[in-house]
Design a protein around this ligand. Structure first.
Ligand code: ADP
Ligand code: MG
Ligand code: MG
Length: 903
């Protein structure tokens, strides 16, 4: 004898998902709650696992099924296969995790040529009897006998016969077919089965039942299910359970029907039932789109008692599960039956609203609320959105013409611009201009034009491309890798291939992109800015006028009460800093000084410095830069107040700042008095085979100490000035790319010397720190030595990932997609921290750094600092803070709180 494989619905509960599958566990739970559920039993996932491995029932299963079937027959007062009064059952799949539509279900099992007649007589409703039979034969033919369309072009054989019958009968809806039509259709279905499979439709209900159970077991390994599991990381050894349940009928006539719904609105979160139903229908008719379903409100008019009962049960479910439920129901002659419930999928908007509402309703605690909202979902609350009505119209008009990789969620509509410089110019002429930058790809010199655009659409590149990165940093809408684009820069036109059509979009034409969905639309669609921003930045909304904002604020307040990690931001300007503070940032974790080198006339002074042949020349140029850098820092310190500000000294290779195009070289030559030849010569001398591993980071500061000296001078003098205004500023100077103890020692000594001189000259007291960015494997290994001279470490995980993997992030395009496809890497390590490799190095760095300096401050400033799973890892290894772009600050706050709750 084997173990126990079969459970009556009375025996289970919602905690038993692993054994009974989600559907079975929740049918059992509802049964236990006294909700009307047609009785039945569940064959456990263990039986499926055994069947998958052995191709046969486990010992004892057949007997167990017989026993439970007998119990069900007694309960219902009918027998499976009774020619006079047959019990009909459904055989339903249901795995641990919901896999919508992936596996199979058979309804009305138990009918045959004889019992269908008695069913017709007994109910005095032959139309219903034959409607049930034709459904059963078609489903059984499809699921058990495998009569499915074999090619994409081929139609479902049963659908085709049904359509033919409707044409013959001159009706347009399946519920208009008469009993005779349906009976005749059953005959055709059976003939089709015979023709294609050479067998007669099985008349023996016991054989039918076994066939269906085995088919459901097998459906666990069908191609669809396997693909879905892979995509959703569902292990293949979970197996599916099989539910055998007495049928109830929504297809007996005009007082019956079937429907689906949510206990709250899954798009908005409103505490209002949301769903659809069809009268005189069965099973999947509602979702299959056979007829247009009606909104649930209409049920109130059709069957008021059933509606009231459904509303009662909706509330009971919602309160019992303490979460929004997604349910299925059937009404048979006004009597309501529940057939399924599970936690429903929802948008980020709805997730937050439902969580906050449920706290107010006393159903859950603030911690529960914090634990259950997907951090990425908060993006929804921060993005502009398309006016939903206009978007739907656009779809109806066929204006959705392409899709690409979602890189920046939200909605943007604007006039197409192909060059960033033009975008910048157009925006300067007309600050209200709405522009959409469309390019093959973007690069660092496009920054200003990108800032001027509402969103970016690129033909190439993936989620880590420059455009995607900037989109996240700036909070812009973005789609990358949109292969349907063909950009003709010369004629300033974009051609979009869509099916066999090519749409021409000229520069200046309107185009709209939905970065949340990855969809490209022709023409203009109205957008609405997120309310949270309207309150925090535009200040066009008062907090008390925006419910979304209030929920956002309260919800994140709960997260703040729980989390231990501090959240900082990566910001280079006062504007970004302000934004980040509004989003809850508690400091700056990375201020990149080189971004400041690009603005306005500064690039000229920067180039002058690089092109100078000696230290004196460099110092002269640096003197011009000094006041500008200082002014930037003053601005940032004023905004940040007493919050810590980590400023990274110059990092990128100098070559990046040099003029490259002929025109640029000419204009630099005109300004600076160097000949074109001399500039080209200098350019050549600075070219490196691999700049990422070249003359950059602290290597620059060590070989050109005057550059770092100027920067330290500017930082500390700015800090002193703001300190004099009465603000207790906290500057932290960060040395990039340190890999040896000596590098740290030399740069620290230089920084301290300059800083102390400035402080003395300014005559104020000022605390500051000097630390380093840890972004080389060697730095993690010798962290104990580096810590002798570093008061803080900030893990620069972008470079640390590159240097640990030995992969340049700019060159992953060629192989990363295939690596992910083939499961060589589970996820892109530039998007989610590689805990096993890079993470272990971080752990080592933390441990060794703390050994030398127990109070060392530890943080992360790579992009991973805004990725929820990576944030949780940072919590576990004991960092003090994470730092991320302003728009990801709320996400990091939430993830940090969840990290505590998951402990
Ligand atoms: P899926 O997992 O694809 O949603 P289900 O097992 O939930 O498949 O079955 C699909 C539909 O079939 C249900 O929504 C319900 O309408 C109908 N159904 C299943 N079992 C029964 C039953 N015992 N009585 C009436 N209808 C049923
Ligand atoms: Mg389904
Ligand atoms: Mg279902």
């Amino acid at each position: 004898m084997g173990g126990k494989y079969v459970y009556d619905f009375e025996e289970g509960n919602k905690e038993m998902k692993n054994l009974l599958g989600g559907k079975g566990a929740n049918l059992a739970e509802m049964t236990g709650m006294g909700i009307p559920v047609p009785p039945g039993f569940t064959i456990s996932t263990e039986a499926c696992i055994y069947y998958s491995a052995n191709g046969d029932y486990p010992p004892g299963l057949a007997d167990e099924i017989d026993e439970h079937l007998e119990g069900l027959e007694k309960n219902m007062g009918k027998k499976l296969g009774d020619p006079d009064d047959p019990l009909l059952v459904s055989v339903r799949s249901g795995a641990r995790a919901s896999m919508p539509g992936m596996m199979d279900t058979v309804l009305n099992l138990g009918l045959n040529d004889k019992s269908v007649e008695s069913l017709a007589a007994k109910t005095d409703n032959p139309r219903f009897a034959y409607d049930s039979y034709r459904r059963f034969v078609a489903m059984y033919g499809d699921v058990v006998l495998g009569l499915k369309p074999e090619t994409k072009e081929e139609r479902d054989p049963f659908d085709e016969l049904l359509e033919g019958k409707k044409d013959e009968a001159g009706v347009s809806q399946d519920n208009e077919l008469s009993a005779e039509d349906l009976e005749n259709l059953v005959g055709r279905f059976k003939d089709e089965i015979n023709k294609r499979k050479g067998i007669d439709f099985p008349q023996d209900p016991a054989e039918q039942l076994k066939g269906a159970i085995v088919a459901v077991f097998n459906s666990w390994d069908n191609e669809r299910a396997v693909t879905y599991r892979k995509m959703n990381n569902i292990p293949s050894d979970w197996g599916t359970a099989v539910n055998v349940q007495a049928m109830v009928f929504g297809n007996t006539g005009e007082t019956s029907g079937t429907g689906v719904g949510f206990t709250r609105n899954p798009a908005t979160g409103e505490n209002q039932v949301f769903g659809e139903f069809l009268m005189n229908a069965q099973g999947e008719d509602v979702v299959a789109g056979i007829r247009t379903p009606l909104p649930l409100d209409k049920l109130r008019d059709e069957l008021p008692e059933s509606y009231d009962e459904l509303m009662r049960i909706r509330k009971v479910l919602d309160e019992h599960y303490r979460d929004m439920q997604d349910f299925e129901f059937t009404i048979q002659e006004k009597k309501l039956w529940m057939l399924q419930t599970r936690n429903g999928k929802r948008t980020g908007f709805a997730a937050v609203k439902i969580a906050v509402d449920m706290v107010d309703e006393g159903l859950i605690t603030p911690e529960d609320a914090v634990a259950r909202v997907e951090p990425e979902g908060l993006n929804d609350l921060l993005r502009p959105v398309f006016d939903p009505v206009e978007k739907m119209d656009a779809q109806k008009q066929g204006r959705m013409v392409a899709t690409g990789t979602k890189a920046g969620p939200g909605a943007a509509t604007g006039k197409v611009v192909l060059f960033a410089s033009d975008a910048h110019k157009l925006k300067a002429q007309d600050p209200d201009a709405q522009l959409l930058l469309v390019r093959h790809e973007t690069s660092p010199e496009d920054i200003k034009g990108m800032a001027a655009a509402e969103g970016f659409l690129t033909q190439f590149g993936g989620a880590t491309s420059h455009a995607a990165l900037v989109a996240r940093q700036m909070g812009k809408v973005c789609i990358v890798g949109c292969a349907a684009l063909d950009i003709d820069y010369e004629n300033r036109v974009v051609r979009i291939r869509s099916g066999d059509k090519v749409h021409e979009v000229k520069e200046g034409d309107w185009l709209s992109i939905d970065g949340t969905a990855g969809e490209v639309y022709l023409g203009q669609i109205k957008t609405l800015p997120s309310e949270v921003e309207q309150v925090l930045f535009q200040k066009t909304l008062k907090p008390e006028e925006s419910e979304v904002y209030q929920e956002f604020e309260r919800f994140l307040g709960w997260a703040d009460n729980v989390r231990k990690l501090n959240i900082r931001t990566n910001a280079d300007t006062p504007g970004q800093s302000e934004q980040a503070i509004a989003f809850g940032a508690e400091g700056i974790g990375l201020c990149r000084t080189e971004h400041m080198f690009f603005g306005g006339d500064r690039i000229l002074a920067v180039r002058e410095m690089i092109l100078a042949d000696d230290e004196a020349g460099r110092r002269a140029a640096l003197d011009k830069l000094f006041p500008m850098q200082k002014e930037d820092f003053v601005g940032i310190f004023r905004v940040m107040g007493e919050r810590p500000v980590t400023i990274r000294l110059l990092d990128p290779p100098l070559h990046e700042f040099l003029p490259h195009t002929e025109q640029e070289i000419l204009s630099v030559s005109n300004e600076g008095g160097m000949s074109v030849g001399e500039i080209e010569e200098r350019n050549r001398s600075l070219v490196e085979a691999n700049p990422m591993l070249g003359h950059r980071g602290c290597r620059l500061g060590i070989t050109y100490p005057e550059i770092y000296e100027m920067q330290v001078h500017a930082i500390i003098e700015a800090a002193c000035e703001v300190k004099k205004e009465g603000v207790d500023v906290k500057p932290e100077m960060m040395i990039p790319l340190v890999g040896s103890a000596r590098e740290m020692q030399v740069t620290r000594e230089m920084s301290v010397r300059v800083a102390d001189e400035v402080i003395a000259a300014q005559g104020v007291e000022l605390d500051y720190m000097v630390g380093t960015m840890i972004e080389l494997p060697r730095a993690c290994v010798v962290a104990d030595r580096i810590a002798e001279n570093a008061e803080f470490f900030s893990f620069g995980t972008n470079d640390l990932t590159q240097t640990t993997f030995g992969i340049s992030r700019d060159d992953v395009k060629g192989f990363m997609p295939e690596y992910l496809e083939k499961d060589i890497y589970e996820v892109d390590p530039f998007q989610r921290l590689d805990q096993e490799g890079v993470g272990d190095l971080m752990r080592m760095g933390v441990e060794r750094g703390r050994k030398t300096r127990p109070d060392i401050k530890l943080g992360i400033c790579g992009e991973h600092g805004g990725e929820p799973i990576s944030v949780k890892f940072c919590h576990r290894i004991g960092l003090n803070y994470v730092s991320c772009s302003p728009f990801r600050v709320p996400i990091a706050r939430l993830a940090a709180a969840q990290a505590v709750l998951e402990e």
